[in-house]
Design a protein around this ligand. Structure first.
Ligand SMILES: Cc1cc2nc3c(=O)[nH]c(=O)nc-3n(C[C@H](O)[C@H](O)[C@H](O)COP(=O)(O)OP(=O)(O)OC[C@H]3O[C@@H](n4cnc5c(N)ncnc54)[C@H](O)[C@@H]3O)c2cc1C
Length: 323
């Protein structure tokens, strides 16, 4: 299993900024996801978080594209700021919803002209209240079509989504894997997964992907749970299972910020440790535009890697917990 997963995340980078680990004690690699801020105060928070997280030397930071393409300008503004004002590598999310191919190609050309080389290409969801996703008559119907179109615009580095618990609209798991393969065959370089709370769901998914001939890196998407009720709603809409132990862990914690914070970091760290102990080396963190939890999580994981390097395999079991 470990070899399989190691291959999953095989694009190793040189030693990370801020660490002295050798490849043998490989420090985990990170990418961070933000959403585009909607107010001047939120913009200040976003910028402050991005600056603070830059110290962790992530591979890239991505900025989402609002449902139905509603944040086109704000996403561009946030990405452009990252590129101009920080050392970070920006990756702009782009979706198919509600736009013609010409409009999307124009946005992509704008990113390329601004020096942005990475995109995260997605289908997107139908606007709330509508009866389901319908492709724009002159648009890209699915993410695989979008990837192919974007590759014609310029040689972007493109990430796509993957679903360890199967996308809710997929015919079945095999059809969903075929779709992932089509996206990668169309020119995407890696997949980033939807969040999940049972690490074995991710490991099983990677096994199936490898068996289906998918060789590209598959990066686990990790969501630290700040607000349990919001997370529950998000999990419901994307059909990610919430284990009962998690529901019980967060019972009565909504009003207790002081306890919620360390609990959120610990739960996310345990999930990542379980995966690291099985060879996963890269993590995509859904930051919710907060630096504190993501920084705490990444520091802990880098420290685990350092311990493993110094102490050897025994620590893997301790870090993995449930081995
Ligand atoms: C890492 C990540 C980042 C995200 N960022 C954003 C964001 O910034 N903005 C946003 O709005 N949403 C975002 N999403 C959510 C995403 O848009 C939704 O999950 C959406 O429902 C599916 O998008 P997709 O790119 O996975 O779609 P696709 O890969 O196109 O697949 C969508 C569904 O259609 C099926 N399918 C694909 N091709 C065909 C076909 N030819 N015929 C029939 N069925 C087909 C697939 O199996 C799947 O069920 C993100 C999701 C992830 C995991």
């Amino acid at each position: 299993m470990a070899d399989v997963i190691r291959n999953a995340t095989a694009l190793r980078r040189p030693t990370q900024v801020g660490t002295t680990l050798t490849p043998a004690g490989a420090a985990p690699g990170f990418s961070f996801e933000f959403f585009p801020p909607a107010s001047p105060a939120a913009e200040e928070r976003f910028r402050d978080s991005a600056r603070r997280l830059a110290a962790l030397g992530p591979d890239f930071v991505s900025v989402t594209y609002g449902a139905g393409g509603t944040t086109q300008e704000r996403t561009f503004k946030a990405i452009d700021w990252v590129r101009r004002e920080t050392e970070l590598e920006p990756a702009a999310h782009l979706t198919c919803v509600g736009a013609s191919r010409d409009q999307i190609d124009e946005i992509a050309r704008g990113y390329w002209a601004a020096g942005v080389r990475r995109l995260v290409a997605l289908r997107g969801d139908a606007p709330q209240g509508s009866s389901g996703y319908v492709p724009h008559p002159e648009g890209y119907a699915y993410a695989a079509d979008l990837v192919a179109g974007l590759k014609k615009v310029a040689d972007f580095d493109i990430s796509v989504s993957a679903y360890p618990e199967v996308h809710p609209e997929a015919r079945d798991a095999a059809a969903d894997l075929d779709n992932l393969k089509r996206k990668l065959d169309a020119g995407a370089s890696r997949a980033i997964t939807q969040f999940f709370f049972d690490p074995d769901d991710f490991l099983r998914f990677v096994d199936k992907a490898r068996a289906a001939g998918i060789t590209a890196p598959i990066i686990p998407g990790v969501l630290p749970i700040v607000n349990f009720e919001r997370t529950r709603l998000m999990a419901e809409s994307c059909k990610a299972a919430l284990p009962q132990w998690l529901v019980e862990l967060y019972a009565d914690l909504e009003a207790d910020n002081e306890v919620r914070f360390p609990v959120a970091v610990s739960v996310a760290a345990e999930l990542c440790r379980y995966l690291m102990a099985r060879g996963v080396e890269d993590f995509h963190i859904y930051t919710l535009n907060r630096a504190d939890m993501t920084a705490a999580l990444c520091r802990l994981l880098r420290n685990d890697a350092r311990c493993r390097q110094v102490l050897g395999d025994d620590v893997k079991l301790a870090a993995g917990g449930r081995a």
